[in-house]
Design a protein around this ligand. Sequence first.
Ligand code: FES
Length: 130
Amino acid sequence: MSSSRRDFLLGAGCLFAAGTRLTACTPSAPRVQFLEVRLAELPAQGGKVVSFNGVPVDVRRGPDGGVVAFSLICTHQGCTVAWSEKDLAFVCPCHGGSYSADGNPLRQPPVRPLFRVPARLDGDRVILGS
Ligand code: FES
């Protein structure tokens, strides 16, 4: 599936599992192109979870001084992952998979990274969306 198609489907409130298989859409969910988050709301450690087009998204400061955002939908079978300060990883409660802070799989079963949501800094705001 192309990146732009994934962007569109994520924007339409669709969830993914097993990489490219579409498992659920919420077409009645309002679709927004952008979401603003105040930079001051991001913790120094970990991230802030927001809902972007019906999808839980972790927004956090990146190692280069920028920001990064990931869909928290596990790429294995679509459960919602959560950041663990203890493990310093996104951990999936369903089958024990985990992902590094940059979204790459650390422990299977997931083999694909978390979907990265476009995010950029604009002054004191983080803008999600493309
Ligand atoms: Fe996350 Fe299976 S759904 S590891």
